[in-house]
Design a protein around this ligand. Structure first.
Ligand code: ADP
Ligand code: MG
Length: 468
């Protein structure tokens, strides 16, 4: 990922909006108007640069603790520990000639034109944590998924009153995140409710961070203030007792106050392993509904809809071919469509059905059958001249720790499994051991050019293994 190209504006806008709101609640709006004359300038890597109109204001941001407040809010909203640099851009001069750095001498100015950003166009913006494309309008509903679709719609129309909690489960790429975010997008548009969307993984990371930085109370507060809490992929909480405990209390607090809770999971709740009984029963309390791969006609309709969004067209035989052949999930269907559309644009001559067939069969039908951890373990064991059982055993003889790390890395690169699940397949190892192992391999890849080749060979063998 190219970190330097990340645009943090949505986080920034949401951050100031929330701080403003908090000042209003504390009856300190005039203070906000007085001091928060700060504007977003740019972002680079994990740093945001913002500007204030004078050095004096700059110093006050620091002295009054506003800079710290903004940084904390940014962390709360984005889950990222972003650096904040404040520069001075004087409004009466041209921007380029008047930029001073933070360390420049303090100049007290007596006249300030305090103004805050206009909030008029705020409504038009989208929620910083939600994908604006994930709406109900963009979800093609079908008989198979009518119930889950309607349940989500009902939660968006009557948050906290109907299906609560609402839990959507099903395999990857079938639209769980899309529907969950559609609830968030709809409510963001139609209400002033405070909506929090977070993946279970980020929720866990934030919780751990709050323990390390002794900011547990802020963490608790953040979630307890939510009107609508959307937590994606709760299977990630398996085996994470501390986080489960924390979520249990947040769940109760919100539920008792009729706040809407929505969760997604890759399997039925009853099949979750290492999940405390009391949290499991909370998840099961409201409605649990599963999502399925839609049938052929709906797959065609989804392709047509996605093409309309992209402003592209394809001959109907090709739409038909894709819909017939991609039966794994909608994410694959979308990926296939995108590949074909890009090919069609690159090829000068007519885009034939033959070419489409080639693309589908070469890239998708193989990729569609997922790589298994077993295949990885067998290939790696054979390559390093070990027994397959060594890979899965609890023992840790020295000579197999490196091959095992290689297998961890390959499993994390080539499969959809989480580090927790991978650990379970390797003799019940902890997810942190898996992460550590992967890091070792990444380090080695960075320092040893020939090692890349070994990894490539192994990947090729693993892909071929599943064809046998
Ligand atoms: P999941 O969270 O279940 O793994 P996602 O919600 O990320 O899946 O969906 C994968 C992709 O498929 C997304 O781009 C989503 O917009 C699309 N998608 C899934 N189901 C539908 C549908 N019924 N109509 C339109 N797009 C869909
Ligand atoms: Mg998802």
């Amino acid at each position: 990922m190219n970190m330097s190209s990340i645009d943090y504006t949505p986080f920034w806008d949401e951050c100031l909006k929330q701080i403003h709101q908090e000042f209003i609640e504390d009856e300190k709006e005039s203070e906000f108007k007085m001091w928060f004359n700060i504007s977003y300038v740019s972002s680079h890597e994990n740093k945001i640069t913002a500007s204030v109109p004078s050095s004096y204001m700059n110093d006050q941001m620091e002295i009054r603790g506003y800079k710290k407040l903004i940084k904390e809010k940014l962390l709360e909203i984005s889950g990222l520990d972003l650096d904040l640099e404040i520069i001075v851009i004087k409004k009466n001069k041209t921007a380029s000639s008047s930029i001073e750095t933070e360390t420049s001498e303090t100049k007290v100015e007596t006249k300030h034109s305090f103004e805050t950003a206009s909030k008029e166009d705020e409504e038009k913006k989208h929620h910083p944590l939600l994908n604006p494309m994930y709406t109900f309008e963009n979800f093609v509903s079908s008989d198979e998924n009518e119930f889950v679709y309607n349940a989500c719609l009902a939660s968006a129309k009557n948050p906290g009153k109907g299906y609560n909690p609402l839990l959507i489960y099903g395999g990857v790429g079938l639209g769980k995140t899309h529907l969950m975010q559609a609830i968030g997008n709809e409510l963001y548009k139609t209400s002033n409710l405070k909506i929090i969307y977070i993946s279970a993984e980020n929720f866990t990371n934030e919780f751990i961070h709050s323990l390390q930085s002794k900011t547990q109370s802020q963490f608790k507060m953040k979630y307890r203030k939510a009107d609508v809490l959307l937590i994606d992929d709760i299977h990630f909480f398996q085996g994470k007792e501390g986080t489960q405990e924390e979520l249990f209390h947040i769940f109760n607090a919100l539920y008792e106050n009729n706040k809407q809770l929505v969760f997604t999971c890759d399997r039925p709740v009853s099949e979750l392993k290492s999940m405390t009984e009391r949290l499991r029963s909370r998840f099961q309390r409201g409605i649990n509904t599963d999502i399925h791969m839609p049938k052929y006609e709906i797959r065609c309709a989804i392709i047509e809809h996605k093409m309309k969004l992209m402003g592209k067209t394809l001959p109907s035989e090709i739409v038909d071919l894709i819909a017939q052949n991609i039966q794994t999930n909608i994410r694959d269907l979308e990926a296939c469509l995108n590949t074909i559309v890009s090919y069609a644009e690159l090829t000068k001559g007519p885009f034939t059905t033959e070419l489409a067939k080639k693309i589908i069969f070469n890239t998708f039908t193989q990729e569609a059958s997922p790589v298994s951890i077993e295949a990885i373990q067998k290939v790696v064991a054979e390559y390093f001249n070990l027994n397959y059982s060594d890979m899965r055993s609890k023992k840790r003889p020295k000579n197999i720790s490196f091959p095992r790390q290689v297998a961890f890395y390959l499993a994390s690169e080539m499969t959809e499994y989480s580090t927790t699940e991978i650990g379970q397949e390797f003799g019940g190892r902890d997810h942190s051991t898996v992460m550590h192992g992967c890091q070792k391999i990444v380090d080695k890849l960075n320092s040893d050019a020939s090692f890349e080749e070994t990894i490539q060979i192994l990947m090729k063998k693993i892909k071929e293994f599943k064809k046998e």
